[in-house]
Design a binder for this molecule. Structure first.
Ligand SMILES: NC(=O)C1=CN([C@@H]2O[C@H](COP(=O)(O)OP(=O)(O)OC[C@H]3O[C@@H](n4cnc5c(N)ncnc54)[C@H](O)[C@@H]3O)[C@@H](O)[C@H]2O)C=CC1
Ligand SMILES: CC(=O)C(=O)O
Length: 318
């Protein structure tokens, strides 16, 4: 199977690396405005192949995306230290106006997976441009809060001393400052978090909870301050999304996709738990039994994103 990656900077190249190391796909094509960078990344990645799985990796142009089953979009700018994801909107929206039609002209049957920030709004825009070319919204998704959900599960897992694959927890809403950690649904091996901690004599209190929440919500700021960018977590998440699509795995992930209604906000794109399979997003998001407070936080998050989407569409005059 052929996979395209448009924007082969840190995120795009790391997603490719995760695919190489996990043997996902058969052919990867890297496209970037900076052709020299794309070629260098393709060459460097290809030298990892003998240590991993047989895969072809090349740099190319949009026409080389023909036949791709999935195209990841990680083109555009990232945050500088102190910047929020939402501050990237204007710059990255301009990039997407050109990139999305170019991808779909070359690969009209591809599923598009957006990583560029602010990812909820970039996914909404992608779905909008794709719809203008006759592509169903099911075939457009963003990484949403997959990374935040992974951060949440990893930190909870460390605290309770359990494999993170057996800690179930969701972060929903904006992939950004207003995201919602769904504490009421956290479970370890099917047992509610508090019950699990009580049974095992694990300390749990408001201070620990606040510490985990802070480290999830502000992870990107800390990492960007320390090393300029985040890419291992998101690269792994993107490779996982591609694997799910290639193998029609029907996995449930906190991805973002255009929604009819999220906590009373209509026609918006924010992350919710969705089933993902070989043809893209399957049906509507899973209904969650949120507390009143969580629902109100989700309403706030979705309203914020909806407001920015509305402004952007008005500016475009579309
Ligand atoms: N969704 C998530 O959870 C995460 C999203 N990101 C986002 O991913 C995006 C990429 O981040 P990095 O890879 O660190 O940035 P980067 O600067 O390393 O790479 C971006 C690449 O996009 C290319 N590019 C720019 N305009 C283009 C165009 N018109 N056509 C094709 N390529 C173009 C650049 O040449 C560059 O190689 C950023 O918006 C960042 O905020 C980063 C981490 C997590
Ligand atoms: C940069 C970003 O969006 C993140 O690491 O969460």
């Amino acid at each position: 199977m052929k996979i395209g990656i448009v924007g082969s900077g840190l995120v795009g190249a790391t997603a490719a690396y995760a695919m190489v190391m996990n043997g996902i796909g058969r052919q990867i094509v890297l496209v970037d405005l900076n052709k020299e960078r794309a070629q260098a990344e393709a060459d460097d990645l290809y030298h990892a192949v003998p240590f991993a799985s047989p895969l072809e990796i090349t740099a190319g142009d949009y026409e080389d995306l023909a036949g791709c089953r999935v195209v990841i979009i990680a083109a555009g700018v990232g945050q500088r230290p102190g910047e929020t994801r939402l501050q990237l909107l204007g710059r990255n929206a301009t990039v997407f106006k050109q990139v999305v039609p170019a991808i779909l002209n070359a690969a009209p049957d591809a599923i598009l997976v957006v990583a560029t920030n602010p990812v909820d709004i970039m996914t909404h825009l992608t779905a909008r441009y794709a719809a203008q070319m006759g592509v169903s919204p099911d075939r457009v998704l963003g990484s949403g809060t997959m990374l935040d959900t992974a951060r949440f599960r990893a930190l909870l897992a460390r605290h309770v001393g359990v494999d993170s694959r057996h800690v179930h927890a969701y972060v929903i809403g904006e992939h950004g400052d207003s995201e919602v950690l769904v504490w009421s649904m956290v479970a370890v091996g099917g047992v509610p978090l508090l019950e699990f901690c009580n049974d095992r004599g694990i300390t749990w209190n408001d201070e620990i909870k606040a510490g985990i929440e802070n480290r999830v919500r502000n992870a990107a700021y800390h990492i960007i301050n320390g090393k300029g960018a985040t890419y291992y977590g998101i690269g792994s998440a993107l490779a996982r999304v591609v694997d799910i699509i290639l193998h029609d795995q029907r996995s449930i992930l906190t991805i973002c996709n255009p929604e009819r209604n999220v906590a009373g906000v209509e026609d918006v794109t924010v992350a919710m738990p969705h089933m993902l399979g070989g043809n893209g997003v399957i049906g509507e998001h899973n209904p969650l039994s949120l507390t009143d407070e969580e629902r109100s936080q989700l309403h706030h998050s979705a309203s914020l994103i909806k407001g920015l989407i509305t402004d952007l569409i008005e500016q475009e005059g579309a």
